[in-house]
Design a protein around this ligand. Structure first.
Ligand SMILES: [Zn+2]
Length: 308
């Protein structure tokens, strides 16, 4: 037994050495192409590990966009949500669509949300005091216009059927007028400014964000309230690993901006592509990872905001 153990330990340490060496080489030689693999392998990284080629553009964006536009000032970024949820994120799926959802689709949607969120947060693991590992993501409610749309409803599934009128439907009649809503009492978005607020039934019952699927919705929208795109986009990408629009919109939830106009972008341009410049990258890149990490390193300095 002890011999086997030694073998295992030797093997493990050899693997670690190889991967760490590989990381260092990749960082020095080719930060552009090694993007995601090196970030995942990094252990106990800090801001000083940021590749020099990325630093000027990331610092420019943080200072001239995120601070100026105050996209990081609201204490309901996904960083804040994860802290408030003790390392978890809860969603309600807001289904503004006449399409039914099968049990399989609902299970796939929950797993998809976990994958997309962790495609971002896995790059914070072991980075500069970030205290969490994998982030469990749960769907704690389904908001639909008609409860019959939730096929084979399970006993532990919660379905909300209240609706309001979507103003967007008045200017675009292709958008369904009935917009399902979940109870405000369970919404972190509606209560995060009140530190003493208690969710009915406890913290586990709250929801942090909506995944909002709207028939005929073009493109996407995102913020600390969640992510919105078309119902068809959600269903057709649900089993993909990286989902371009969904990941981009989640990026807004961390306070990251868009880069549509030339003046929105760093003066020297981006050294590598970024998923936050719509159409520039279909995946989270090394640049995105380091903007996320840089943002965390800045925000964590407010120890009142992030109590560890
Ligand atoms: Zn955007």
């Amino acid at each position: 037994m002890s011999t086997r153990r030694k073998w295992l330990l030797a093997l493990l340490s050899a693997m670690l050495t190889v991967s760490l060496t590989g990381t260092a080489t990749a960082l020095a030689e080719a930060p552009q192409s090694s993007a995601n693999s090196q970030s995942e392998a990094s252990i106990q990284a800090s801001l000083s590990d940021m590749p020099a080629s990325l630093r000027p553009s990331i610092e420019w964006v943080y200072k001239n966009r995120m601070l100026k536009e105050n996209s990081v000032g609201r204490k309901n970024l996904i960083f804040d949500q994860i802290f408030a949820g003790k390392g978890t994120i809860n969603y309600v799926v807001r289904w503004q669509s006449a399409k039914n959802l099968t049990l399989q689709q609902r299970q796939d949607i929950e797993r998809m949300l976990g994958r997309q969120l962790n495609n971002w947060t896995k790059h914070l693991k072991g980075y500069d005091g970030w205290p969490y590992g994998d982030i469990p993501v749960k769907v704690v409610g389904w908001a639909v216009a008609n409860p019959a749309q939730i096929l084979n409803k399970q006993l532990n599934e919660i379905v909300y059927t209240q609706t309001i009128v979507d103003e967007l439907s008045k200017t675009d009649p292709r958008i369904p007028a009935a917009l399902p809503v979940a109870p405000s009492a369970l919404s972190r978005f509606d209560h995060f400014t009140d530190p003493n607020y208690a969710y009915p039934g406890g913290l586990d019952k709250r929801f942090d964000m909506y995944l909002w699927g709207t028939t005929n919705f073009g493109g996407g929208a995102g913020g600390d309230w969640g992510q919105r795109m078309s119902d068809d986009y959600i269903l057709s990408t649900v089993n993909n690993n990286e989902i371009q629009i969904t990941e981009h919109e989640i990026g807004h939830g961390f306070g990251m901006p868009d880069f549509y106009g030339e003046n929105d972008r760093p003066p020297g341009g981006f050294p590598v592509p970024t998923i936050m410049w719509a159409g520039n990258s279909s995946k989270i890149t090394d640049w995105d990872v380091w903007l996320l990490r840089y943002t965390w390193s800045q925000l964590k300095q407010d120890s009142q905001r992030f109590r560890m």
